[in-house]
Structures are given as structure tokens and as C-alpha cells.
Ligand binder design. Structure first.
Ligand SMILES: Nc1nc2c(ncn2[C@@H]2O[C@H](COP(=O)(O)OP(=O)(O)OP(=O)(O)O)[C@@H](O)[C@H]2O)c(=O)[nH]1
Ligand SMILES: [Mg+2]
Length: 366
């Protein structure tokens, strides 16, 4: 029997089974089985695809940001306002049919923005170029989810399609590791108290084909994140929610939308009237986890217009590597002014983590 058929059957079995204390474990196992089969299915698809030689989009710049949203919410108009590129804008749905790149320059960074075709229900199963769109979103540094004031309720659909495609937004990867062994069954160790029963954890791990293994858990895991970890093909991508066309509604309606989306901290804009675009650029920079480092040369002034753009968490070593291939080897120490140090001009080593707008002077052996 083929995998898809088997998944359907298992899903139906879950639907048929009444959820209670007695069936809880059985249902969990069925869910783990489904997650495992979906992973298998995904791997097969990928193999077929690479044989066909799927075309992708080339990353460039300091970060790649995908514009994801339903048709006609204004993705292309926003893209045109933010970048040097020009994408077609029209009233009808499905104006944009291909992925289209442009560059947004902000705070010294070059951010690659991708205009995309609209995302529709069933995209994760391949409707409307869905797999191509989601495949690119997966590899982005940031997913910009764009809705307009009339389509706020489509957020759930977008989230579902991202989720079904294995994209986990605004989540950190599960802190688990697993090692196969030859004998001894499934051993579970944890560094924090666990809400899940060990028996359930072991049952799920077994569904993924492990017979003997040591598993180390460093967070209070739930079944979903455990399966995500075991499936192993999830992408953890930050996301930013943006709501467009605020020029078309009154303040009251805007407040209602704010209430509905409250937890998301959305950015409200009008691409047409160019409202909120400066704030949006700042938010893109922040959400893409970029930082600016100003280099202080031996002599001469700091060029505040030309920061070095790095990712949050970057170290002095990353700065050295970005500048010259010999700098790590010849590194003596660095002096830092800014948020990452206790006092101005503090001496630090290669492993020191820098922060946004730090000033750094590298002292290198000759
Ligand atoms: N009033 C108003 N209209 C807007 C705004 N942004 C976009 N529009 C209009 O909305 C329509 C759709 O805009 P597009 O940029 O083509 O939308 P899209 O999301 O790229 O659409 P697809 O490519 O079909 O998915 C056009 O008629 C735009 O002029 C806005 O902020 N305010
Ligand atoms: Mg478009």
C-alpha cells in the first residue's frame, strides 16, 4: 500500500477513536506514526525533485526575506516601494506568477526581498505553485507575512500551510539529542523536569524506528516538538506580521484588528500612501536578526555609513573572518565600545559576542 493511503487510514482511525485516558497513548502513537510516514513521503518527493532539477532562487545580500500572503493584499506594491526592483501590480488576483527578487537597502544592509505569487489554501500540497513558494520561504532568513485589512482572518490559513510544509515560525529548534546504540532499549535523560511521561516519549521515539538509543532532553518537551525533532526536516524561521491598506479603514476598525492580532505585534502600513514604511524597514532589519558593527581603524575616522552587517550572536572571530582570511591567525585582541561590553574600549578575545552598533577595533599582529 502506498504511504499516502496509509497516512489517510491512520488519520481516519484517529478521527474514529474517542479521546480519553485509555486511548490517549494509542492516539499519540498513531500521530507519531503519521509524522514518521510524512517524513518518509517528504524524503521521496525531495529525491524525485532533485532528479528533475528544481530551480531555486539564489541568495544574495545580508539576509533573504520572503513576502508571503494571500493574493491581492499588496505584496508587489510593497515590494516596489521597498526595493529598487519593479514587479507588476494589479487589482486582480494572481498578478505575480513567479518569484521575483529585489534589494532593500536599510541601515547599511542589503536585504534581498522576494516578491511571490499569492499563497492559497492547499499550497503545502502543491496548489498554486505552493510548494515552490514554501520551499523558498523555508530557506529564508525571515518570512514577512503580509495581509491586508480585509483578509486578517486568512492568517490561520497561511500559518497552517507554513506548518504543514514543516516550517516552524518564531520557534527555536527543540533542545534534544539522540544517539543510536546496539542494545539497552530507549534511555531518556533530561536536564529539566518533564511534563511528558517517559513511556510516551519512548513510544514516539520507537515509532520513528529507534530500538536502542540514548536521548537527552534539555527542555520541557511536548509531543509535537518531539516529533518535529525526530522528523528532522523542520525549518525554524523568524516571521514578521504586516497588515497593509490601512488607508482604507477608519480608526475603529483598525483598533478591532489590533485586538484580534494583538499577540503578533503586527506592523500596520499602507503601501499605497507610504504609511509605516520606515518602521517596517526597521522591523525587517531587527526580525532578520541583523546587527551593525562600526569598525574603528588604526587612524582616521569611523565610517558610520558603511557598517559591517552580521547576524545576531556574531563574535569577534566572525568579524575577523569577514575582513581578511589571515586576521584570525594574526589576532591579538580587540577593543570594543558599546552594548556588549562593561566599559568603553574594553579588551576582548575572539569568542566575545558583539551587539548591534558596537564599535570594534581589531589589533592584529603584523
Ligand atoms: N488602497 C490601497 N490599495 C493598495 C495598497 N497596496 C496595494 N493596493 C492595491 O491592491 C491591489 C493588489 O496589489 P498587488 O501589489 O498587485 O497585490 P499582490 O499581493 O502582489 O497580488 P498577487 O500578485 O496577485 O498575489 C492593487 O490594485 C494595488 O494598487 C494600499 O496600501 N492601499
Ligand atoms: Mg503580486
Amino acid at each position: 500500500m502506498d504511504i499516502e493511503q496509509r497516512i489517510k487510514e491512520l488519520e481516519e482511525e484517529i478521527k474514529r477513536t474517542q479521546y480519553n485516558k485509555a486511548t490517549e497513548k494509542h492516539i499519540l502513537r498513531l500521530k507519531a506514526r503519521i509524522a514518521y510516514l510524512k517524513k518518509e513521503l517528504e524524503e521521496r518527493r525531495k529525491k524525485q525533485k532533485s532528479q528533475r532539477g528544481g530551480k531555486g532562487i539564489k541568495k544574495s545580500g545580508d539576509a533573504m526575506v520572503s513576502l508571503i500572503g494571500p493574493p491581492s493584499v499588496g505584496k508587489s506594491l510593497l515590494f516596489n516601494k521597498l526595493t529598487n526592483a519593479k514587479s507588476d501590480v494589479a487589482e486582480y488576483a494572481f498578478t505575480t506568477l513567479e518569484v521575483y527578487p529585489g534589494i532593500l537597502k536599510h541601515k547599511g544592509a542589503e536585504i534581498q526581498l522576494l516578491d511571490m505569487p499569492g499563497l492559497i489554501e492547499g499550497a503545502s500540497l502543491g496548489r498554486g505553485k505552493g510548494r515552490e513558494i514554501l520551499g523558498i520561504a523555508r530557506n529564508s532568513d525571515l518570512i514577512l507575512i503580509l495581509l491586508d485589512v480585509f483578509t486578517v482572518e486568512l492568517l490561520d490559513m497561511i500559518l497552517k500551510e507554513l506548518y504543514n510544509f514543516g516550517i516552524r515560525i518564531n520557534q527555536k529548534p527543540p533542545r534534544i539529542s539522540i544517539k543510536r546504540k546496539d542494545r539497552g532499549g530507549i534511555n531518556i535523560a533530561s536536564t529539566v523536569p518533564l511534563s511528558m511521561e517517559e513511556e510516551s516519549i519512548a513510544a514516539i521515539v520507537r515509532e520513528f524506528g529507534y530500538i536502542n538509543a540514548d536521548i537527552l532532553i534539555k527542555e520541557d518537551i511536548n509531543a509535537e516538538r518531539l516529533m518535529d525533532f525526530l522528523a528532522g526536516n523542520r525549518a525554524y524561521v523568524p516571521a514578521l506580521l504586516v497588515v497593509n491598506k490601512i488607508d482604507l479603514i477608519d480608526d475603529e476598525t483598525l483598533e478591532e484588528i489590533e485586538k484580534i492580532l494583538g499577540l503578533w505585534n503586527p506592523v500596520f502600513i499602507s503601501a499605497k500612501e507610504e504609511l509605516g514604511l520606515d518602521k517596517l524597514k526597521d522591523e525587517i532589519f531587527r526580525a532578520a536578526q541583523l546587527i551593525r558593527i562600526y569598525l574603528k581603524p588604526q587612524s582616521g575616522k569611523i565610517d558610520y555609513d558603511a557598517p559591517l552587517i552580521l547576524k545576531k550572536g556574531a563574535t569577534i572571530e566572525d568579524i575577523c573572518r569577514a575582513l581578511h582570511r589571515d586576521f584570525v591567525k594574526k589576532f591579538r585582541y580587540a577593543m570594543v565600545w558599546g552594548k556588549s561590553v562593561k566599559f568603553p574600549g574594553q579588551h576582548v578575545g575572539l569568542e566575545h559576542k558583539v551587539e548591534d552598533e558596537d564599535i570594534v577595533r581589531l589589533v592584529i599582529r603584523r
